[in-house]
Design a protein. Sequence first.
Lengths: 115, 116
Amino acid sequence: EADIYQTPRYLVIGTGKKITLECSQTMGHDKMYWYQQDPGMELHLIHYSYGVNSTEKGDLSSESTVSRIRTEHFPLTLESARPSHTSQYLCASSGPTWKDTGELFFGEGSRLTVL
Amino acid sequence: AQSVTQPDIHITVSEGASLELRCNYSYGATPYLFWYVQSPGQGLQLLLKYFSGDTLVQGIKGFEAEFKRSQSSFNLRKPSVHWSDAAEYFCAVGSNYGGATNKLIFGTGTLLAVQP
């Protein structure tokens, strides 16, 4: 069983609020990822990180930001939530080599609803 | 550009019946191919992966997949489905960006329902 945790699991919030989705892993993985998942759509990579102090934007443009101050922690922040941000956000991590990288360990997701 | 197509959005099978989920990919070089499963309210779990070698790969929970380069396919199979297999299944293709962060491209998923 993967040791990667996301909080909150569900969040309903009003437009304009600032939100932070937390993601933590206890596997010591350097690589971490945030994917956005909408029903009937493929998972889209929105952010990833090679390690501490490294963050990159993914293939899908997102208004969210991320930080990586500690290896185990990769939070995602929306400064001003909008209804278009309603989605499920999945955090993942992977090991150091490509063959390890292919195996992503996922958290259970954070389902965000912005009213 | 890399892409993954899962032609079947939703499939229903009877418990005990065989299952095949289709996956086609588009990638210029040798692909790295994966199948993940997502149960309701859960994250994704790796079922199996193909990097090289034997084109028939075995995974967890009795699943297998066959890589067919000529058809650009990586179909997932199971000889006898159990009710607990009801979930959403995602095919993914990865590439090697020289050992740095390697990204996976996911398909849209196939939702599997199992009838008693």
